[in-house]
Design a protein around this ligand. Structure first.
Ligand SMILES: Nc1ncnc2c1ncn2[C@@H]1O[C@H](COP(=O)(O)OP(=O)(O)OP(=O)(O)O)[C@@H](O)[C@H]1O
Ligand SMILES: [Mg+2]
Length: 339
């Protein structure tokens, strides 16, 4: 089976002008992608995860031929993005820029009709195809209203519907649940799963780790334009070694938190308030190979006791993709890294 996407040593530098006072501008280069190589298998849901400014949209724009790379190569469904851009476009359905890719003075249905024509869908097939997509994405209530009257979430749903119009084997979705409420986001992910079960390959970017975790077969984490790691969710978690994560609820002071953070076994510790109680989350350093325990829990209890904390509950936690990211970068995914 051919690969859906094959990316080899892709780099992208943007050249911009930065204002310096009222009349001066300075040229500036932003290296948005650095030597990224990866492959997306046909039939998988592939997640691109990374904080704001990581380079996700840049990579998606190159794959969908909206942007040429500064160096490197990519093939999509067997076609070269630089030399066979028409074939690439015909074989990809994409949702980029969300609502900005829609015509606001047209109704939702007129938008879909317009894009169906743009993709050369045979006229006799258009009404049936559009009706199918309207039903699949739950647009029925507002499909015949002009888009300018839509809420942000309704526009996002229409943008998603638009990406399905050419029934392409590869669907590229750039943060499709942005601005959707929790139930709508979950419905959209269900449709994505359904389309994947019907054989479509999906590339899905997000900076929400739980989304990538629940939806994707494999995840690539990118940061500062570089590929940090790639694998299935269980593989990425296993890469942390015998990582231990523990949650402790109780009355816990800031001083106790600092004492915990100073323990050699502790890599990360944070304190939040939950239902009037302190909630301490601790990620330990991996234990030495072959060793089950490095005494983390015993030291936590001892240190909390010595700092006047009262413990109500201790819960072992599964490491998350966020933990993988913290382990590789020392930062959380929420941090903005835009240049
Ligand atoms: N047209 C542009 N001109 C100059 N710099 C740009 C341009 N587009 C993106 N960048 C820069 O390239 C880097 C990567 O941006 P990109 O939009 O690919 O990130 P992203 O991972 O999609 O982020 P987000 O989660 O915020 O959507 C950032 O530092 C950004 O400021
Ligand atoms: Mg983006």
């Amino acid at each position: 089976m051919p690969l859906a996407v094959q990316v080899e040593n892709l780099s992208k530098t943007y050249h911009t002008k930065q204002r310096k006072g009222l009349f001066k501008a300075e040229k500036r280069a932003v290296l948005a992608l650095k030597d990224v190589s990866l492959e997306v298998q046909t039939g998988e849901i592939f997640g691109l995860l990374g904080p704001n400014g990581a380079g996700k949209t840049t990579l998606i724009k190159i794959i969908t031929t909206l942007l040429l790379p500064s160096s490197g190569r990519a093939r999509v469904n067997g076609f070269d993005i630089a030399k066979e851009s028409n074939q690439v476009r015909a074989s990809v359905g994409c949702m980029l820029m969300g609502e900005r890719g829609l015509y606001w003075k047209l109704t939702g249905r007129e938008n879909l009709q317009y894009f169906a024509a743009l993709y050369h869908l045979r006229p006799e097939l258009r009404p049936g195809r559009i009706q199918e997509i309207v039903e699949l994405t739950g647009l029925g209530e507002f499909i015949d209203r002009t888009v300018e009257t839509y809420s942000s979430g309704q526009k996002m749903k229409l943008a998603f519907a638009k990406s399905l119009i050419n029934d392409a084997p590869l669907l590229v979705l750039d943060e499709p649940t942005n601005t959707l409420d929790v139930p709508s986001a979950s419905e959209l992910r269900a449709v994505v799963r359904q389309l994947n079960n019907q054989g479509k390959t999906i590339i899905y970017t997000t900076h929400i780790m739980s989304e990538a975790e629940t939806l994707c077969d494999r995840v690539a984490i990118i940061d500062y334009g570089m590929l940090l790691t790639l694998g299935s969710v269980p593989e990425l978690k296993t890469s942390l070694g015998c990582e231990q994560a523990v949650r402790i609820d109780g009355v816990i002071s800031h001083k106790a938190l600092q004492a915990i953070q100073a323990l050699p076994q502790v890599r990360e510790a944070s304190l939040a308030m939950h239902n009037g109680l302190g909630q301490l989350t601790v990620i330990g350093h991996p234990t030495a190979a072959g060793k089950e325990d490095n005494g983390l829990l015993a030291r936590l209890i001892e240190t909390l006791g010595a700092n006047g904390a009262s413990i109500q509950r201790i819960t072992p936690e599964e490491p998350t993709l966020e933990d993988v990211f913290i382990a590789k970068t020392g930062r959380t995914l929420a941090e903005d890294t835009r240049a």
